[in-house]
Structures are given as structure tokens and as C-alpha cells.
Design a protein around this ligand. Structure first.
Ligand code: SF4
Length: 454
């Protein structure tokens, strides 16, 4: 109110003695006198705001936490998480936005046209009635294969903050159209943080440990189930010997533990890459042992292969990683960081290094576990869902549709964040993790890379 009075004084050139504000709910009128002290306070506040505008650093979070509950900036500012960083006993309440229930539209059928009509996205599939979806109900538009999108629809998606992503017919993430640029200030902070080799190495150590611990925990879970199954088999057949698969799993789990101990001491990104390769080899070598004996023989695989995938399991993993890369890119663009500059992956391929970095955290919970569960539940039709061409295996259109549904359902499941202690969907976790990464160079770090499968 003081600022308004000063503005009026300056605009009208007349002295103003007081301002009044009426609280209708309480039927109270408050008089705010304007004197020289008040004018000085306003000048000081304006000067402070000017200085903040020049700065690329955000001011620290307020000591008065009651202000944050209603502050529109809390999803960006993450004040509760910042307090947790400085006080390990702090129990953050969730100020992060509600789970996003807007649709992610996957256009899988080649020859489909996506356009705009009024405030709606219209989708014209061959031989099907026209579908229209209000733009406010759409979060992302994912165009697979050779579906078409009109310039008008692209402009509209840009205006509405709807991410448009492109996936090739072979299931490779191609890129995104997104007009959300983020602020240059936060990108300058990101550039300067990632120009520091020690910062990159520390973050990369955490990332590699996070992914490998998740992989190891997943193998341990499978190993527990396997032991339970073997016990039943032993009881049935009086077979006292352990299964070969169980031995391989146990060995991989203990070897991964040994390598994981070396990760925090890695002196360079190169040695970290070596440890990561070692851990991945151990993991993928043992992963086939988690496949249920009741799963079809065609779904069994023997280690990781890609470009092109040579078996159905790797085909599912590859498509899942492409969808995950798309979602991580969407989260980075939503937050406003620069995807082309990462702290671990180097810009070698067309994929954005920061997106490749961040997707490491989610590979196991969002893709590996999802694929394994679907295979063990016999959700795949080995003929209709796949397109086998010699040594290459691709998902058919029905297979892609099924995968998209399974994957999107998984993203809606909730997970209690181990560091912040509150639950949110994987879909929201993707964005939260990008925001926690940003906090690493804002003096409020330490929470990034803690998402480890239990
Ligand atoms: S959420 Fe951030 S900007 Fe808003 S009142 Fe709290 S500390 Fe200040």
C-alpha cells in the first residue's frame, strides 16, 4: 500500500498522507500513514528489487515458512527442500504441485494428421472418426513414425506450453519442439556450474552410484523371489542343489557391491565411465535370470544389445528408453535448463547430454522394472506385438500401443522420495529431480540423485 501511495504521489505530483485498505471478509479498514520513513522504505525496496534483477542468483528462502504455503513461486523455489538441506531434521511438507492429470497424447498411426480447431487439438486418424481434445487437457503431444502436425497446431502447442516430441518408426527419440526457453539467468548459472570439473565429477559420481544401486537392488529383489521359487522347487523335487541362475545373480550382486565402493573415489569422468561399464555389464549379464520360467521362450534374452535390437526383450528396453528420454527432455524444458550441456555425458550423438545424464536415474524404475514385470505377467503376444526382420526385432503398431499404455500407467504410480520424504508420481518426480539438480549450484544441494529403488 505504501508503494501504491508513492506511485500516486509521483504520478499526480500531489502529497498523499495515507492509504487505506479494506478487508471485506473481516469488514475492517486499515489506515496506512505515508510519511518520510515510509517513503524511504519504499525507495529502499525498489533499489533492492533493481539489484536482484541484475543478479543471476536467487535470494535465499524466507525464514517465515508460513509465507511459502501460499506463494505461487513455491514449486520453483522449493523452500521446504532448501530448509531440509540446511537442517537434516526438517520434515518438508509437499508444496510441489498436484500430480498432473493432463493427457499425454501418443499418435502412433502413420498418416495421422494433427491440427488445431479453436482451442482444441484435432487428431485425424485414417479410417477413424475425428478426435478433438481441449488444449488445457493436454500436457504433451508425441508423434511417432510419419504422423503429420500442422504449423497452426505447432504454434498453438507452443503458446499453450504443450511439449511436442517426435519418435521415429523404429522407436528412436528424434527431438522436441518446445518454445519454453527458460530464463537466461538460470542457464548462465548452469553453464558456470558445469564449467567446473569438480562439480561435474561429484554429480557424476552420485549419478553412477544412484543408477547402479538401483540396478543392484532390482537384482536383489529378483534374487529373493528366485530363492523363494527355488525353495518350492526343491521341496517338490527333493533337489538340494541351488539353481545356476540364482548363483549368477548372487555373484553379480556381490561384485556390483565391490565396484560400487570404488565409485565415490573415482578421480576422473573416464575412470567413472569404466566403473559404470563394469556395473552395467554385471547387471545385464544377470538380468535374464529375473525372467520367470513361465514366460514364453521368445521373451528370454541374453544380455543387452541395441541398434538394432536383436531380441524382443531388448526391443522393449530400447523403446522404453526412447520414451524415457522424451520425458526427461520434457522435464528439462519445463524447468528451463539447457539440455545440450550435461555434467557426465559428452555431446557425441544427437541426444542432449543433460537428458542422457538425468535419464540414468529413471532407467531402472521406469523402464527395466516395467518391462520385466510385463514379460513375467505374460502381457506380450510374441507374434502380433513384434515385427521380426531377420536379426532385427521391432515393436509392431499394436506392440507400441500396448507399451505406451503400460509405460504411462507406470508413470502414474507414486513413489515416496527417499530424501524429501513425501510421495509423488513418477511423472512429477522427473520434474522434481531436474529442479533438485538446479539446487546443486544454488547453495542448496545434496538432495539430487537420491532416488534409489528400495
Ligand atoms: S516460496 Fe520462495 S519465494 Fe515464495 S515466500 Fe517462500 S521463500 Fe519466498
Amino acid at each position: 500500500i505504501l508503494a501504491y501511495c508513492c506511485l500516486l504521489e509521483s504520478a499526480l505530483g500531489i502529497p498523499i498522507k495515507e492509504g487505506r485498505i479494506r478487508y471485506h471478509a473481516d469488514n475492517v479498514m486499515v489506515h496506512v500513514p505515508l510519511d518520510d520513513t515510509g517513503r524511504a522504505m519504499v525507495r529502499e525496496a525498489v533499489e533492492k528489487a533493481r539489484q536482484l534483477r541484475q543478479s543471476i542468483h536467487r535470494p535465499p528462502v524466507t525464514d517465515n515458512e508460513r509465507l511459502c504455503a501460499r506463494c505461487s513461486l513455491s514449486p520453483v523455489c522449493l523452500p521446504e527442500e532448501a530448509r531440509l538441506v540446511h537442517d537434516k531434521e526438517w520434515q518438508p511438507i509437499r508444496l510441489f504441485p498436484e500430480d498432473d492429470d493432463r493427457q499425454i497424447i501418443h499418435v502412433l498411426e502413420p498418416g495421422t494428421s494433427v491440427g488445431r480447431t479453436g482451442e482444441q487439438i484435432k487428431i485425424a486418424r485414417r479410417h477413424q472418426p475425428l478426435e478433438t481434445v481441449p488444449a488445457r487437457q493436454v500436457a504433451q503431444l508425441v508423434l511417432h513414425s510419419f504422423s503429420q502436425v500442422s504449423t497452426q497446431a505447432l504454434h498453438f502447442c507452443g503458446e499453450q506450453g504443450i511439449g511436442v516430441h517426435f519418435i521415429s518408426g523404429g522407436g528412436r527419440y528424434l527431438g522436441s519442439f518446445d518454445s519454453r526457453q527458460g530464463s537466461i539467468q538460470r542457464r548462465i548459472c548452469q553453464y558456470s556450474a558445469f564449467a567446473d570439473g569438480d562439480t561435474c565429477l561429484e554429480l557424476a559420481r552420485r549419478l553412477v552410484a544412484c543408477r547402479a544401486q538401483g540396478q543392484r537392488k532390482f537384482l536383489m529383489r529378483g534374487s529373493g523371489k528366485l530363492r523363494a521359487r527355488d525353495t518350492r522347487v526343491e521341496q517338490t523335487f527333493q533337489d538340494k542343489g541351488k539353481s545356476k541362475g540364482s548363483e549368477r545373480l548372487t555373484k553379480a550382486i556381490s561384485q556390483m557391491k565391490a565396484v560400487l565402493k570404488l565409485v565415490p573415489q573415482a578421480k576422473s569422468l573416464e575412470s567413472l565411465l569404466g566403473y559404470e561399464g563394469n556395473l552395467a555389464a554385471l547387471y545385464f549379464d544377470a538380468l535374464p535370470d529375473l525372467i520367470s520360467p513361465d514366460a514364453p521362450q521368445e521373451m528370454v534374452f541374453d544380455g543387452r544389445n541395441r541398434r538394432p535390437p536383436k531380441d524382443r526383450f531388448n526391443c522393449l528396453l530400447g523403446f522404453g528408453y526412447a520414451l524415457l528420454l522424451k520425458d526427461v527432455m520434457n522435464a528439462i524444458l519445463t524447468v528451463g535448463l539447457e539440455p545440450a550441456l550435461g555434467f557426465y555425458h559428452q555431446p557425441r550423438s544427437q541426444a542432449a547430454p543433460l537428458a542422457l545424464d538425468l535419464m540414468e536415474i529413471f532407467r531402472v524404475p521406469l523402464v527395466d522394472m516395467t518391462v520385466m514385470a510385463s514379460v513375467n505377467r505374460n502381457q506380450w503376444d510374441v507374434r502380433d506385438d513384434f515385427d521380426v526382420r531377420g536379426q532385427q526385432v521391432w515393436l509392431s503398431e499394436t506392440g507400441k500401443r500396448k507399451f505406451v499404455e503400460i509405460y504411462e500407467n507406470r508413470k502414474q504410480e507414486t513413489w515416496k522420495h527417499p530424501a524429501t520424504g513425501y510421495s509423488l508420481t513418477y511423472r512429477r518426480l522427473l520434474e522434481l529431480e531436474v529442479r533438485l539438480l538446479e539446487k546443486e549450484w544454488m547453495g542448496e544441494g545434496g538432495l539430487f540423485g537420491q532416488l534409489i529403488v528400495r
